[in-house]
Design a protein around this ligand. Structure first.
Ligand SMILES: [Zn+2]
Ligand SMILES: [Zn+2]
Ligand SMILES: [Zn+2]
Length: 153
């Protein structure tokens, strides 16, 4: 039950999505025959019917694990009992990030992804959590704050 926070500047209207800074994700294999996400919990690809045990994927796609069904989503994608190493490798946390150059906002796994803005290519990309109590990237005079909404989720 994480606490729900709001992320915003105390001077201007700059804000980032409320919540707990991002969303967990799991990497699903992409079915080489049809391009659908592979769910190891199923015997067949739901889109083309290829048996999952015959699927040998070399591309992956990130599936957002919506709260509070994170564990469910991981089980659906990786199957019932994935080796813990595989689970470790294929799950992560997409942080809500902002480029302080152009103010574009997007999700990025700051532990494994390169910090590069999708819009302007700048490497000045920071997670909401990293900006807390720093100068606001929008107005420069306000302070970026994290405030508990009083809610749990
Ligand atoms: Zn398929
Ligand atoms: Zn940018
Ligand atoms: Zn501001």
């Amino acid at each position: 039950m994480p606490r729900v926070h709001e992320y915003h500047c105390d001077q201007c209207d700059f804000e980032m999505p409320s919540g707990w800074g991002g969303m967990m994700y799991v990497e699903a294999e992409v079915c080489p025959s049809c391009g659908a996400e592979v769910h190891r919990s199923k015997d067949h690809c739901f889109a083309c019917g290829k048996p999952t045990e015959e699927i040998d994927a070399d591309t992956y796609t990130r599936v957002t694990c919506r709260h509070p069904m994170e564990a469910e989503t991981v089980r659906r994608v990786l199957g019932r009992a994935p080796p813990s190493e595989e689970k470790e490798d294929r799950t992560g946390f997409n942080s809500n990030c902002v480029c302080t150059e152009c103010l574009a906002q997007f999700g990025l796994d700051v532990e494994s992804d390169e910090r590069e803005c999708r819009d302007c290519g700048s490497d000045a990309v920071y997670a909401a959590e990293e900006l807390v109590d720093e100068a606001c990237p929008n107005c420069g005079t306000g302070t970026f704050r994290k405030e508990w909404t009083g809610e749990m989720s």
